[in-house]
Structure formats: structure tokens, C-alpha cells
Design a protein around this ligand. Structure first.
Ligand code: 5AD
Ligand code: SF4
Length: 482
């Protein structure tokens, strides 16, 4: 059956996003700019004129999934050649022309530093100019300045409809990364570390507040290393938090992801002194073994990490800290892994994201070391560490029983959506300032509000509660006399 595509008025865009918060934000930006070029979103690939995949390269598995998905679209593209298929994001930057080689029916390849060119490139494709590619320079392919310039941050417009909720938004303060951890592809795909100017950041935060946004999360690969130098003035993350804290309407400020070495006492004191700042810190440890940390080139020892945790708890008692771990990195022995277990037990993270090491061609790790931990051992260590972390998360969550927590109400819970609850009375989900997920039976009118919930049950991932009710004044509702 034929389909009408490429109608002159509005074109339909389907976009699929995998990977980190940076990608979620990039997709929001691309959609906002394409809307200005006459596109409207659709959630159906069949109805789309343009199909974009925003991709991730951090692990091989994420890439394979995209290539498999592309393979499934081959027949559709043969039947409807006027449909445009694009690959954007880190995999586009990493694989470049190889994307066309593996999937010759792809029309567009755009790296994360070139996203501003998407509307123009789509126009060229429409005009019959064939496949288009825009990628940034590699880390050794030019002068520092040229490389930096080729990785442009793309933050022109904000589109509340593309955000998970209109009252929560990510705000990029930094692009790229210069840490070069040996396992990680990000410094290659997202280029050199560059802080955005404080003026732009504050202006964007104001715009978000005007759009009704209450919670802003600053994004950066190593967000607490943020630095912007203008003549003799240096701005750091603590300064940015102070500036954005002033904006009316903004009620909560978070920042991810932090780098352990740059978690200074000064920054922690700023978080303590600014009431809108969440006392939630995501500071990946990656491993609890000095030998592995050295091989990962993380730039700190286990003792440094413990000292940082002490600093956090001294200055911010009750802060929630979460972490990332890679298990099965090259040469990881059982003894190394046991040290990671020890670190997880001692640090009692709110939660941890645990990944099996995946070799990334183009990294120092892939060049220098043998990926010698068998897949079964990686899987075993992953499961063991996850089980220990879950036990800790559950114990810590149970400590909330009977307590009242303040949440920003995000919307219907996943379970409510799955059950197809018709609303307005349905199960809702929100987050505490410490990033804990809370679920209760509520009313859709509560979405977007700050609400107090009394916790009466908990598992490792979720607190369950009921809305705290005000004590009713007796003169308003007199008790019946007996
Ligand atoms: N293999 C597995 N996990 C990785 N990460 C980064 N690179 C790799 C890799 N090659 C993990 C790290 C990082 C998180 C975003 O992804 O734990 O903090
Ligand atoms: Fe990758 Fe390390 Fe940079 Fe994080 S700090 S993005 S793990 S290189």
C-alpha cells in the first residue's frame, strides 16, 4: 500500500535516542531546530519522512543494536526511497563512512559536534545531492583550535515538549572530555573539554524558568571540572550554581557527572549553602583496586576516593552518592574485584550503574591491554556486585519508612502507563531532592508540584507512600460531639 510522504507542509520526524543524558539533550535540540524547519514529531517509523537514530558508542552492545535496527529498515527504504534515514551522535562520529558501508541506504551521518548542520544536510538530501556526512576532527587531526571549533556545542533552542517532563530540564555547561580514561571513547567522539560561557548558561536557565521549568540538571562529562576563563576572570561550577540559584522559579539544581578528583571542599560547601542544590552526587569510582584504577588512568587511588567520600559526608551529612563501575577490565583478578566489592560495601552508594568492560577500538585501553577476562566472569562479577549494591540500596531505602519526603511530581508511574490507567486518579512518580524515586496513588493535578509523601514501603529502587495530609483545623471541620 502506498504512503504519502514528504508532504510540503509538515514533514514527520521519528527520532530514537539511546545512551546518556547528553544524547537526550541533543535530541531535544535537534527536534527543536527541525520544528522550525517544518517538521513535526511522530512516534511511528512507518509514518515518518525522516528517521533519526541518536547513538551511543560507550559499549559495543549499544552500537550493535543500532546496526541491527538499521538492517531492519532496509526493506522499508527500498519500498519508500524518499524516506530519509540518519545516524547522529557518538557512533556517527566514531564510525563515520563505515556507517554507509554497513548500511548503504543510510542518507545522513552526523557527529555530536555538528548537529547544527542537520537541517541544511536534510535539505541537500531532499534536493537529490546524495548521502551527506558531517563529523568533527579527530583528536590528532589539526590544531587544538581547529579541533575545538569542529566540536560545536549545539544549544540553540529549548523544546519543553521533548523533555521527559516540562518542569525538569538538562542544561549543558560543558562539552567533551580531556581525561582520557583508557577504556573510554568519549574524548574521541565528543572532543576536547570546553566550558560554555556563564552568560549563555544563565540566559538558558532563565529561558527554562520562563517555560515553567523547576528543576535544572547541569550536564558535563566531568561537570565539576567546569572552568571558563575570560581574561582575568575564571568561573567554576560553584559560581554557576550561585548564579542560577538566583533565578526565580528554579527550585532545584543538580549536576552530573562528577569526577572524583575535582570534588573540592569549596564546591561541597557551596552545595551545602545553597538550599536549591540537591545533595545528590554522581561520582563514578569505576573500580576499588589501585592496580585497575592505574590501568584505567583514572588519576586517583582508592585512598583518594575514600578521602573524597569523607569530605562529602563531613560537609553534606546525609548526601546521596551514586557511582559507576566497570567489571572485567583488562587484567582484573578476583582479588581486584574483591576490592571493588569492599569499596561498594564501605561507601554505601545510593545506587550504582555496573557495566561489563567492552573494548572500544580507538581507545588507549584497546591498544595497550588484552581484554582477557572471560565473558562468563564479567557476567558473574556484574551480578554479584549488583546484588550487593541492591542489598545496600534496599537497607538505606527502608530507613525512610514513616518519614515524610518532598518530591517533585514527574507524572504517571511506569506501572500506571503499562496498566493503561485512564486518570485523573492514578499512580504517580516523583523524585526527592536526593534523587530517590517515590511512587504513590495520586491525582494527575499533582504533576509538576512539590509534594510531601509519607513513605510506608520500600525496595532497592523505589519508595512507596501516600500524600501527607494537613492536620485539619477543628474549627473548620468540627468533630461530632458524642
Ligand atoms: N566498557 C564498559 N563500560 C564503560 N563505560 C565507559 N566506557 C566503557 C567501556 N568501554 C562506563 C563507565 C562510565 C559509564 C558512563 O559507562 O562506567 O562511567
Ligand atoms: Fe570517559 Fe573518563 Fe571522560 Fe568519563 S572522565 S567521559 S569515563 S574519559
Amino acid at each position: 500500500m502506498g504512503q504519502v510522504v514528504n508532504s510540503v507542509e509538515t514533514k514527520k520526524l521519528y527520532i530514537e535516542t539511546v545512551g546518556c543524558q547528553m544524547n537526550v539533550l541533543d535530541s531535544e535540540m535537534v527536534v527543536a531546530s527541525l520544528r522550525r524547519h517544518g517538521y513535526d514529531l511522530t512516534d511511528s517509523i512507518d509514518r515518518a519522512d525522516t528517521i533519526l537514530f541518536n547513538t551511543c558508542s560507550v559499549r559495543e552492545h549499544a552500537e550493535e543494536k543500532v546496526y541491527n535496527h538499521l538492517a531492519q529498515l532496509k526493506r522499508m527504504k527500498l519500498a519508500f526511497p524518499q524516506k530519509t534515514i540518519g545516524v547522529m551522535g557518538c557512533m556517527a562520529q566514531k564510525d563515520q563512512k563505515q556507517v554507509f558501508e554497513r548500511a548503504p541506504y543510510v542518507d545522513l551521518v552526523v557527529g555530536p559536534g555538528q548537529l547544527h548542520r542537520i537541517p541544511e544536510l536534510l535539505q541537500r538530501i531532499e534536493a537529490g545531492q546524495g548521502q551527506q556526512m558531517a563529523v568533527s576532527l579527530g583528536r590528532r587531526d589539526g590544531s587544538q583550535e581547529d579541533i575545538r571549533r569542529s566540536h560545536e556545542t549545539f544549544d540553540p533552542l529549548r523544546d519543553p515538549t521533548m523533555r521527559p517532563t516540562p518542569f525538569q530540564a538538562y542544561l549543558r555547561i560543558q562539552i567533551g572530555c580531556d581525561k582520557f580514561c583508557t577504556y573510554c571513547i568519549v574524548p574521541m567522539t565528543r572532543g576536547p573539554e570546553q566550558g560554555r560561557s556563564p552568560e549563555l548558561i544563565v540566559a538558558e536557565a532563565r529561558e527554562l524558568a520562563n517555560q515553567g521549568c523547576k528543576e535544572i540538571t547541569f550536564l558535563g562529562q566531568t561537570v565539576n571540572s567546569y572552568k571558563y576563563v575570560n581574561e582575568d576572570k575564571t568561573t567554576r561550577l560553584a559560581d554557576l550554581l550561585e548564579m542560577v540559584h538566583e533565578i526565580d522559579g528554579i527550585e532545584r539544581l543538580k549536576f552530573v557527572t562528577s569526577y572524583p578528583k575535582d570534588m573540592t571542599a569549596e564546591l561541597l560547601r557551596t552545595v551545602r549553602d545553597l538550599p536549591k542544590c540537591s545533595t545528590y552526587l554522581h561520582v563514578p569510582a569505576q573500580s576499588g583496586s589501585d592496580e585497575i584504577l592505574k590501568r584505567m588512568k583514572r588519576g586517583y587511588t582508592v585512598a583518594d576516593y575514600y578521602a573524597m567520600m569523607d569530605r562529602i559526608h563531613d560537609i553534606l551529612p546525609g548526601a546521596a552518592v551514586s557511582s559507576d563501575f566497570i567489571v572485567g577490565f583488562c587484567g582484573e583478578t578476583d582479588h581486584d574485584f574483591q576490592q571493588t566489592v569492599e569499596l561498594v560495601r564501605r561507601c554505601r552508594f545510593k545506587n550504582s550503574f555496573i557495566f561489563k568492560y567492552s573494548v572500544r577500538p580507538g581507545t588507549r585501553g584497546a591498544e595497550l591491554y588484552q581484554d582477557d577476562v572471560p565473558e562468563e566472569i564479567k557476567a558473574l562479577r556484574n551480578n554479584q556486585l549488583l546484588a550487593i549494591q541492591n542489598e545496600i540500596s534496599q537497607e538505606d531505602n527502608l530507613a525512610f519508612l514513616g518519614q515524610s519526603v518532598q518530591v517533585l511530581v514527574e507524572g504517571p508511574s511506569k506501572a500506571s502507563i503499562k496498566r493503561g490507567e485512564p486518570g485523573p486518579l492514578r499512580q504517580l512518580v516523583g523524585r526527592t531532592q536526593c534523587d530517590r524515586i517515590v511512587v504513590w496513588d495520586g491525582n494527575e493535578r499533582q504533576i509538576g508540584q512539590m509534594l510531601n509523601i509519607v513513605v510506608h514501603d520500600a525496595n532497592a529502587h523505589t519508595l512507596f507512600g501516600t500524600v501527607e495530609t494537613m492536620e485539619l483545623a477543628p474549627e473548620v471541620f468540627p468533630l461530632p460531639s458524642v
